[in-house]
Design a binder for this molecule. Structure first.
Ligand code: PDD
Length: 279
């Protein structure tokens, strides 16, 4: 039986009950994090909790996060997760009568967390991901990791129905990011990715990859990558907590050249960071 965390208690999953008046249910009014564990050890927990704190602050959700860091560790333990795993933490504005304005200030946020064993899609370690371009119909605060993910879900579903793994959002001609990943292109050895803005999530994996570029002298620029430029890209890749660094094999029917030296190097360097942090 899976053990989950809800509002201070560890419970069997089927006993973790939430009111239908929870703001997460009525308004999609919540934030979340997805955290990875490798060999049963949590990767970059502090970075994920810093982003969760930032999401809460931007949404004006007043939750105390510090005790939650230990929850992630305990969920791995309680569920016997000693290999690769994902941890999901969600905080909503709490339960209150339905009203567009925020509930009274003393309303307690709802805090939920769960963890499960994770196996990466084997295609990602083989040829790579198949991606398609999608119009970016999301709101303009994509920097906040909100639980209202309908446009992301629809993009992922459309990608699946077309035999692809990921939908990439294009706004104002710029490939901003994927439905659950950040997007990178390589032109003549230079790595490019959309700059941080309200149109992308500040990915934790993205930040590690840019640090690795800096550290290892791999040229990079945080600059818009336009959809019209993609035909000239030598390599394309994605980063995210469940993907790590994944090469794009095929985008909108165009198969990328099989030689992907920059992506391969960054994937290896990223793996070395994982092994160091989660030894
Ligand atoms: N999402 N962009 C979007 C829109 C995302 O949803 C995610 C991750 C990322 C990558 O961020 P990170 O490297 O910190 O995982 C970028 C998680 C995995 C999810 O929604 O399940």
């Amino acid at each position: 039986m899976t053990t989950v965390y809800l509002n201070g208690q560890y419970l069997p999953q089927d006993q973790a009950l939430i009111s239908p008046l929870d703001r997460g249910f009525t308004y999609g009014d919540g934030v979340y994090e997805m955290i990875r564990a490798y060999h049963g050890k949590i990767f970059l927990l502090a970075e994920h909790f810093a982003r969760l704190a930032s999401s809460c602050a931007k949404m004006r959700i007043g939750a105390h996060l510090t005790p939650l860091e230990a929850v992630s560790e305990r969920l791995l333990r309680e569920n016997g997760l000693t290999g690769d795993a994902l941890i999901y933490v969600q905080i909503t504005r709490g339960t209150a009568p339905r009203s567009h304005v925020f509930p009274p200030a003393d309303t307690k946020p709802t805090v939920f967390a769960m963890a499960w064993a994770f196996t990466k899609n084997p295609a990602f370690d083989g040829p790579g991901a198949i991606a398609i371009l999608e119009p970016d119909v999301r709101w303009s605060r994509c920097d906040i990791k909100v639980t209202s993910l309908v446009p992301n879900s629809m993009a992922a579903q459309r990608a699946k129905e077309l035999g692809a793994h990921e939908g990439l959002f294009v706004r104002d001609g710029v490939v901003q990011e994927g439905s659950l990943s950040n997007f990178f292109a390589v032109f003549d050895g230079e790595v490019r990715t959309a700059p941080l803005s309200n149109y992308i999530l500040p990915g934790i994996t993205r930040a590690v990859v840019l640090d690795l570029c800096r550290e290892h002298g791999i040229p990079y620029r945080e600059t818009p990558v336009f959809a019209t430029e993609l035909a000239d890209a030598d390599e394309l890749f994605l980063t995210s907590t469940p993907y790590d660094v994944v090469s794009i094999d095929c985008l909108d029917g165009r198969t990328l050249p099989a030689e992907r030296p920059v992506t391969r190097r960054l994937a290896q360097l990223f793996r070395a960071v994982v092994e160091r942090e989660c030894a």
